[in-house]
Design a protein. Sequence first.
Length: 308
Amino acid sequence: MSDAQRSRGQEYHLLLDEYCDDPVDHLAEHCSLSKQQIKQAMQKGAAWVGVGNKVKHLRRNRGIKAGNTLHFYYNPKILSEQPPTPTLISDQQQYSIWFKPYGMYAQGSKWGDHCTIARWAERQLDRPSFIVHRLDRATSGLIIVAHSKTTAAKLAKLFEQHSIRKRYLAICRGILHEPTTVTLAIDDKPACSHLQPLHSDADQTLVCVDIDTGRKHQIRKHLAAIGHPIIGDRLHGDAKQGDIDLQLCAFHLDFMCPNSGDNIDITVKLEQLPDSYQRYTQSIAAIGGETNKSEPGRRTDSLINSGD
């Protein structure tokens, strides 16, 4: 494999005509990687096995029946990444709630999953893990990981019904003077974000955000649309490579547990927030998990996507 091939990654798809008792050895015969490299890549989620579209991870060197296809995706850049360390906030047995740091993925890809919160939870708790909602790699904060398919389906339904409330903190450019609601459609779908300024200084504002919908990059797009892009946003703001990380954090969750019926109400402790939020601890502590969406006198900015 050339240096260019190594940098962009290589795929191998090997149809097994007969029983294969040593997949690592079989892969080694078809690529220039050592058996140790193949084993390490397997453990990081780069090997898959199955028939047609029905595939699953192959994480250890075990026998595979004839008729299966062995898929192997090797990208040294991806496999060399090191995951940051998340914090377990609450273990409810059938699901757990974690604080995901900046730089950690919610879910992996065919190239690997060792830098994901799902795989981390699976290994730390020794339980299967299923992602029921997502946070961008650049967004820190609370995320729920299910540990059974049944509970994953129940939690997914709660999200579909908007029965799980999520609140975010964002530090944006400029001074946002009063509560604002943004209803800019995203990908031709309705989207609504409620913004409450908490503290302003040095031409930036700490904002508490409630969302009625969960479109991709919704908060980032809505704040950018009203002229207040989130600091550190390289995609929708003015941040450049090397600037501070995206200043967006999911700091509060509350919902009724689908298994016990108990109310789950979690707010990230002030000391667990990223360093950039520590200057605002008094303002953050003042709101806790309370909602401000029905606050009288709120200004509404209705921005309609014209499709231009």
